[in-house]
Design a protein around this ligand. Structure first.
Ligand SMILES: [Cu+2]
Length: 272
């Protein structure tokens, strides 16, 4: 089986091989992702072991109790209490074990790194794009908030500096959205009236894609964005560029989306 596996891997590119080894999970890009990856691999391992056991039992039963020449019906066991208890308790144990590891991991991921993160970004999910407010960022002047914003036609980009702690505050002015960057290996709902937030430190340079993961209306599928993890100097330069462009916030209501760079939202164009 190992040889067959190797043969199968041999036919793939190195990127695909890496992906297969991670069981299709993207490479994590924050200081919180290693534990999530272990949880993912552990859950698969548990599922495979249970699968092998169940398939084994199915195979064993279908051979042992297959139809024979004598056509005799095997003993039919009904209302067997020990067996009933076994297949009630066994799944319960499985769920409890998975639940335990999930909650333990969640408790490690969610606490803020420190009381004063290096950068705070207020993420607004609005129908149907995103606004990223860099709150009074020390990389700028420490008291001006600037923002990036997108439209359904133009994906916005969230810029983050590598190696610095970041807190994302998630806000929605309309309906429930969900902030999902697959490379963060987690997502969190953006709920009107609720102050959801999470912290992390980006650990890998690059551009990663993001989505809204909660069906939020007609153009839900267009709520795409990018995350760019860059050097501290590139981050500071980007914030300065936003300031020069006049993207001075905070922009929390989602209405700024219609004024960005002279872009006018189609809905407004149509007078709707
Ligand atoms: Cu959405």
């Amino acid at each position: 089986m190992a040889a067959a596996g190797l043969l199968l891997l041999g036919g793939c590119s190195s990127a695909e091989q890496e992906s297969i080894k991670r069981l299709a999970q993207p490479v994590g890009v924050t200081d919180r992702t290693a534990g999530i990856h272990h949880l993912w691999m552990g859950a698969w391992l548990a599922a495979i072991l249970v699968g092998i056991l169940v398939w084994g039992l199915i195979g064993y039963c279908s051979i042992k109790f297959r139809r024979r020449h004598d056509d005799e019906v095997p003993v039919q066991t009904r209302y067997n209490l020990p067996i009933e208890i076994l297949y009630t308790v066994a799944p319960l144990i499985m769920v409890l074990v998975l639940f335990y590891f999930t909650v333990t991991e969640q408790n490690k991921i969610l606490p803020t790194a420190s009381k004063t993160p290096d950068h705070v970004v207020t993420v607004v999910g609005q129908q149907w794009s995103w606004t990223f407010n860099y709150d009074k960022d020390p990389a700028l002047d420490g008291h001006t908030t600037v923002y990036d914003v997108g439209t359904t036609a133009l994906e916005p980009t969230l810029w983050l500096p590598i190696g610095k702690s970041v807190e994302l505050k998630l806000r929605s002015p309309d309906v429930i959205h969900s902030f999902w960057v697959p490379a963060f290996l987690m997502k969190m709902d953006v709920i009107p009236g609720r102050d959801n937030h999470f912290s992390f430190t980006p650990t890998r340079l690059g551009t990663y894609d993001g989505h809204c993961a909660e069906l939020c209306g007609t153009y839900h599928a267009r709520m795409l964005f990018n995350v760019k993890i860059v050097s501290e100097s590139d981050y500071a330069n980007h914030l300065k560029a936003l300031q020069r462009q006049g993207n001075i916030g905070p922009a929390l209501g989602g209405s700024e989306v219609n004024q960005q760079n002279g872009l006018v939202n189609k809905v407004q164009d149509n007078g709707q």
